[in-house]
Design a protein around this ligand. Structure first.
Ligand code: PHE
Ligand code: FE
Length: 275
């Protein structure tokens, strides 16, 4: 994380986007990441993501001005982005989502981190997450997730709900008439993974299954071993609309699944190559 001593951080962890702190290097990094990913995503990202990217029309030459993105975002779905200095506490994050505010890291990764980054930066947060917030169904899903997060925190079952975020919002795939496509932010913002997630023989690709996902561990330091595939965003929304409270109680204490596991019940779209 960049040093942020001169920034005033509010109680809700937001700051004003410090436009004066971006260097020419930051803009260059943004420019090359943007060019690289948009070239890769044609034919790989789902139509909803690409439509959002097109609609936002965020500058590809320089780091976007968040307030300018907010004009379009607010008009489309009532969402807006708020600048933060890095990861925020879970409760704060959920509160923002529940109020249709998406926290985005203001700073841009260093040039030597083009391919791999330990924590989310501005490119991941903005390029990865914001385009789908233009989609009305996905916009509702993210708000519902924020509300669900607050509840899960009270029930002390956050690790379960976090798996759903991981396997949908960050690393989700979607089935389309033209084949599998990407919608997860962790994939669309990564060169390696936007190719690997669709084209590699290594990972499993399994049909979306809510209770299964709530029990499935994930890896944060490598490309995924399993991707879950949704049919469409309406179905994702209807599958997750129910109150999870009873499900949490039923799942409490049950064993978890490893990222590589394939279960008898799985709707297997592609069985990965076992390492
Ligand atoms: N319906 C879920 C609950 O009751 C909340 C949720 C909605 C979670 C959408 C994720 C996505 O907890
Ligand atoms: Fe993310």
């Amino acid at each position: 994380m960049k040093h942020t001593t001169e920034l005033t951080v509010r109680d809700d962890f937001t700051i004003d986007q410090p436009l004066h702190l971006y260097t020419e290097t930051d803009h260059e990094v943004w420019r090359s990441l943007y060019a690289r990913q948009t070239a890769l995503l044609e034919g790989r990202a789902c139509d909803e993501y690409l439509a959002g990217l097109h609609h936002l029309d965020m500058g590809h030459e320089r780091v976007p001005v968040f307030e300018e993105l907010n004009q379009k975002l607010m008009a489309a779905t009532g969402w807006r982005i708020v600048a933060v200095t890095g990861l925020v506490p879970d409760a704060v994050f959920f509160e923002h989502l529940a109020n249709r505010r998406f926290p985005v890291t203001w700073w841009v990764r260093a040039p030597e981190e083009m391919d791999y980054l330990q924590e989310p930066d501005c490119f991941h947060d903005v390029f990865g997450h914001v385009p789908l917030l233009i989609n009305p169904v996905f916009a509702d899903y993210m708000q519902a997730y924020g509300e669900g997060g607050m509840k899960a925190e009270h029930l002390h079952v956050l690790p379960m709900l976090a798996r759903l975020y991981w396997y949908t919002v960050e690393f989700g795939l979607i089935q389309t008439d033209n084949g599998l496509r990407i919608y997860g932010a962790g994939i669309v913002s990564s060169k390696t993974e936007s190719i690997y997630a669709l084209e590699s023989e290594v990972p499993n690709r399994i049909g979306f299954d809510l209770t299964r996902i709530l029990r499935t561990e994930y890896k944060i330091d490598d490309v995924q071993k399993t991707y879950f595939v949704i049919d469409d965003f309406d179905k994702l929304m209807s599958d997750t609309r129910q109150d999870f409270t009873q499900m949490y109680l039923n799942l409490d204490g049950l064993s978890t699944f490893k990222p590589t596991d394939i279960l008898a019940q799985d709707r297997v779209i592609n069985k990965g190559v076992t390492p």
